[in-house]
Write a protein of this length. Sequence first.
Length: 364
Amino acid sequence: MIRIPFFEPAVPASCAGLELLATAVLLLARDGRVQWANPAAENLFELSRKKLVKHRPEQLFGACPALQGAVAKAVSTGASYTEQEIELGAPGKPRLHLSCTASPVDDDDGVGVLLEFRHLDQQLKMAREQRLNEQQQANRELIRSLAHEIKNPLGGIRGAAQLLERELDDARLIEYTQVIIGESDRLQSLVNRLLTPHRLPQYRALNVHEVLVRVKNVVQAEFPQIPIVCDFDISLPEIDADPEQLTQATLNVVRNAAQALSGTAADPRIVLSTRVARNVMLAKKHHRLAVAIAVEDNGPGVPDELREKIFFPLVSGREGGSGLGLTIAQTFVAQHGGTIDCESRPGRTVFTILLPIDPPRGGH
């Protein structure tokens, strides 16, 4: 008879069939200690079965009231209980966002609890992106409606100021009419920018590197004190895109990075890079290949209070900013079936634009 080492316990009868399950499973004995773990649990928690068994979950992952509550409810009710979101992680390991289903199991040793864990990081990210997109779409529609309401009165205000200017002889009073006309023009420009993104893309075959070099030259001329480095994957294929919209989107992002660096970083630097992204989800569709455009800077980072709102209209972390540059960039990228995301911490901010190789051709 082959003796099974204590750190490789035989699969309990209550766990038959779970050895090959992709879902991570832990079996807790009556005393709350891990009695058995399947290979998926070893992979998820990055702990061997030997290190998992004979330990309580709180010894492995630290105190987790949500997990303890799920186990208690399963035992007290005699029915399965699911905790939709918990955070676990062994010391020195990354924290994991998981859902956990606790189910009572009755075997020869008494009532234990079977824990099934499912990784939520990807689902949470997709749900967060969908929630933000819906919120941003609602905000854009509201702003667009307001822009239409503002457009006509602005023309009337400007016209009245011009007529008034002709009737005035006092130079000091004429200065006031000039202020009115100047502010009217500024608001008119703002309204036009709010309404512009709703034009459908006009697709053609496009080399993204040509767009990025053009953007680099424009921003370099505006901010000659900030080096802009290119790190391109020259094997990238051409994509179908609207040249004007893609140029404007990337220009807004790169200019935003340059503005964030101005006067803040001791050794300012922007890096433009391109790579191939494989097997990505964009706008709820799977794409085998996509183009990834990254804009990285070493500035102060996005303030925490703005991180969830940086793509919202009229939200700006810079004094005097219109808060439309990133909104317009996101709108143009979304019209190409892509996404734009931001990761930021002090000293490193990266905006990543993902564009499918074959976007929907709704704009022909």
